[in-house]
Write a protein that binds this ligand. Structure first.
Ligand code: HAM
Length: 422
C-alpha cells in the first residue's frame, strides 16, 4: 500500500520544534497577559458568512483560499482562515461591548488557507494574535505595535522592519478609490491580468502586485496618504508621535495596503529580511467598521496576527537557539533488578508529586546504558534500584551513596542532589 503522508501544505510539529515554540508562546503569553489581554479561543470552524462578511467578499482569502464545506445538515462551514472575524463574532455574541472598554483579547490558533505552499507559507499555520475593542485612541494602536515589537526583541527575531501606513476612513477611501481607479484605467493595457481584473472590485490590491511593470506603474500611482481625511491624518500623526516617543522604529510606506478588506486607518506589517519571499512575520491594523458589519454596535477596534512558523524560521536564520533552558530532567531512576521495579515506580511517582522532572528506564537497557542515558539527559541525580541495595548517584561529581527509598527523607535527599541550587 502507498505510504500515507500529511496533506500538502501541512506539517507535523515534532518535540524538537516544540522547545522553541514554547519559548515563543511563553514569552507572548507573559507579555500580553501582563498588559491586560485575556486569552480567547474561538471554534476552528465558523458559519461561512462570518469570514465572507468579515474578511471581505473581494479579498483573496475569501475568493480563493477558504476551506469551505457543507456539514451533514448542509450548513456551509469554513475552517478559520484568519483570527479576527471569529473574535469579533464572539465579542458581539457575548455582549462584550457592555464591559468596560477597551476589551483586550489574545489568541494562539491554527489558520487554514488554500495557498500555494512554499517555505514559510502553509495551508495550516498558527498565529499569535491580539485584538483590542472599544477605543479609537491611537494609544491602543501604539500599545499593540509596541507589544509586538517587544516580543520580536525578546525572542531575538533578527533584522525586523516595521512598515506603517494609514488608509483613512471609509469615506476618504471611497474618494481615493475613484482617483486610483481612473489612474489604473488610464494604464489598463500595461497592467498584469490579475490587477486588471481587480480594478473595480479591489483596486488597492494593485499595490501588492509582484509583476515588475505593474510595480513600476504603482510607484507613480496616487497615494492614499495624500487623500486622508483630517481625522485619519490626526490619528496617524498621534500614533507616530507615540511610537517615536517610545523609540519604536518604523518606516512610513504609503503603498502598504494589506490583503484583508476590513482595515480602516492604521495598517502595519513587520518583515524580516533574513526570510525569503514570505518575509512578513506579523501584521495588522485598525478595523473600526467590522463589528458593525458583523451585526454588532459600531465599535472601533485594532489588532494583529503573527505567524509562529515564520518567527521560528527567522530565529533559525539568525542563529537563535530556541531552547535556552538547561537540564529538563532532575532525576533518573535506573532499575538493575526487575524485583525492584514496583518500588522504583513508586519512587518515581513520589518524586513527580514533589514537583521534580523524573524519568525512569523503560527500555530494559544495561545498567551502564541507563547511567549513560541519565548523563545524556543532563540529570544531576540518578537512583539505582538494585536487589543488593539501592544507591543514589551525584552524576556531576561521580559520587554515590547508599539510598533507602522507604526512608522518611528519601524525596528530600534526592531533591537536594537533583536541584543543588534550591
Ligand atoms: P495576515 O497578514 O493575513 O493577517 O496574517 C498574519 C500573519 O500570519 C502574517 O504576517 C504571517 O506571519 C502569518 N501567515 C499568514 N499566512 C500564512 C501562511 N499561509 N503560512 C504561514 N504563515 C502565514 C491576518 O490574518 C489578520 N487577522 C491580522 C489582524 C488581526 N488584523 C487585525 N487583527
Amino acid at each position: 500500500m502507498a505510504k500515507v503522508t500529511v496533506p500538502r501544505g501541512t506539517r507535523d510539529v515534532l518535540p524538537a520544534e516544540w522547545r522553541a515554540r514554547h519559548r515563543v508562546l511563553d514569552a507572548a503569553r507573559r507579555r500580553f497577559e501582563a498588559a491586560g489581554y485575556g486569552r480567547i479561543m474561538t471554534p476552528t470552524f465558523e458559519h461561512t458568512e462570518v469570514f465572507a462578511r468579515g474578511a471581505g467578499e473581494t479579498s483573496d482569502i475569501v475568493t480563493k483560499e477558504m476551506y469551505t464545506f457543507a456539514d451533514r445538515s448542509d450548513r456551509s462551514l469554513t475552517l478559520r482562515p484568519e483570527g479576527t472575524a471569529g473574535v469579533v463574532r464572539a465579542y458581539i455574541e457575548h455582549g462584550m461591548h457592555r464591559e468596560p472598554q477597551p476589551v483586550k483579547l489574545w489568541y494562539f490558533a491554527p489558520m487554514f488557507r488554500y495557498e500555494k505552499p512554499q517555505e514559510g507559507r502553509y495551508r495550516e499555520h498558527w498565529q499569535i494574535g491580539a485584538e483590542a475593542f472599544g477605543s479609537e485612541h491611537p494609544a491602543v494602536d501604539a500599545e499593540l505595535i509596541a507589544l509586538l515589537a517587544g516580543l520580536y526583541r525578546e525572542i531575538r527575531v533578527p533584522n525586523v522592519r516595521l512598515r506603517l501606513n494609514s488608509i483613512g476612513d471609509a469615506e476618504s477611501r471611497r474618494d481615493y478609490r475613484e482617483v486610483l481607479v481612473s489612474y489604473l484605467r488610464s494604464h489598463e493595457a500595461e497592467l498584469d491580468d490579475d490587477t486588471r481584473a481587480r480594478i473595480d472590485t479591489n483596486p488597492l490590491r494593485a499595490f501588492d502586485s509582484k509583476v515588475a511593470r505593474t510595480r513600476e506603474l504603482m510607484a507613480d500611482a496616487p497615494k492614499i496618504t495624500d487623500h486622508l481625511d483630517a481625522g485619519s491624518r490626526e490619528h496617524f500623526d498621534a500614533l507616530r508621535g507615540l511610537l517615536d516617543a517610545a523609540g519604536v522604529a518604523y518606516d512610513v510606506d504609503p503603498t502598504l495596503v494589506r490583503g484583508l478588506d476590513y482595515y480602516t486607518r492604521t495598517v502595519f506589517e513587520f518583515t524580516c529580511s533574513d526570510l525569503g519571499a514570505q518575509d512578513a512575520v506579523g501584521g495588522g491594523g485598525r478595523y473600526d467598521e467590522l463589528v458593525g458589519t458583523l451585526g454588532g454596535p459600531a465599535t472601533p477596534a485594532v489588532g494583529f496576527g503573527c505567524g509562529i512558523e515564520r518567527l521560528l524560521l527567522a530565529m533559525a536564520a539568525g542563529g537563535v537557539d530556541g531552547d535556552t533552558r538547561g537540564a529538563t530532567v532532575d532525576a533518573y531512576v535506573c532499575v538493575e533488578d526487575e524485583t525492584e521495579r514496583a518500588a522504583a515506580f513508586v519512587l518515581v511517582e513520589q518524586l513527580r508529586a514533589a514537583g521534580l522532572a523524573v524519568q525512569q528506564d523503560l527500555a530494559g537497557r544495561s545498567m551502564k546504558g541507563q547511567l549513560k542515558q541519565a548523563a545524556k539527559l543532563g540529570t544531576h541525580a540518578a537512583i539505582v534500584a538494585s536487589a543488593g541495595g539501592w544507591t543514589l548517584h551525584t552524576l556531576r561529581r561521580r559520587e554515590e551513596q547508599p539510598f533507602d527509598p522507604a526512608a522518611a527523607n528519601a524525596v528530600a535527599t534526592v531533591t537536594a542532589i537533583a536541584r543543588p541550587q534550591d
